[in-house]
Design a protein around this ligand. Sequence first.
Ligand SMILES: [Zn+2]
Ligand SMILES: [Zn+2]
Length: 309
Amino acid sequence: MSLLEEAGAVLSEHALCKRCLGRLFGGLSGGMSNLERGEAILTTLTLSVCKDVLDGKEGSTKLARKLAAQFGVAPLEDLLVGRGQRPVRRIRRSCEICKGGLEDIEALAQRIVEDLSGYEFRTFQVGTIVPAEIERKEDKIRSRFGLRYSESIRSEFSREVGKILERTVPGKRYSPRPDIRIELNPYSGDVRFFSKKLLVEGEAKILDDGAAVFAKVCPVCRGKGCEECGHTGKEKGDSFEFVLGSKLMSLAGGKRWRFGMKRLGEDRIRFRMSLIRPEKKSLPIEDLLKDANSVLEKRFVLADVKLSH
Ligand SMILES: [Zn+2]
Ligand SMILES: [Zn+2]
């Protein structure tokens, strides 16, 4: 089947928006958006259907009415009415695949831009989750009409949001190994950011043998994070781990930390703390050392601390 025959066959059975129409042929010719591709297909299909109607080709009037009803194509409507057909009533049904979700992409991307403003990053990647019924509908249409050059709705969301981010936030670009991964569900409005973890490694001298190194798990949430523990999952206290972790989190943001240490003899430890999903990457390490040391005073002294990510 030719492209126009395929597009005509799909549109005579399904109500789609121009973006979804374009995406069904997304693998054909790069350099244009699915909306542009959908518009180009619709324009060409309209011309072809006009010719078929004038030629008196069987079934052409039915498809012409469908297109006019769905997309409000005025020349088709005029042609049909001019040939004695009753006027076409415009149907206002949302697209069977995206349910109109693709129309809200700009607003969604602008919200992501605002939420991202607290994060320090240069490169990003966008991933999209859509409800299973949307993917099922898309797959059904693709396989029913044997459309081999289509693109998935998930990749359209990811790419279009990425393009808006690059356009709106100067200096940020897409990378397959990004500083931050953005995961979005356009249908629930859920957006999550996964930044690379921040590593703090160093040594500490123990001044007081009885001082606690490890923090205890928060007894209220058992480590999940709650109001009580400031979402750290650890019980508030003056242990080495809690003092360092909470200072680090207050400077860099983040969702949780992991802590490990090894003894280097009687009075020294070597530690490693990783901060999960931090907002900042470059930290004033001197401030962190000064702050932590003033709280740890007489129990521990931090030295030789390094940051990496
Ligand atoms: Zn659509
Ligand atoms: Zn808690």
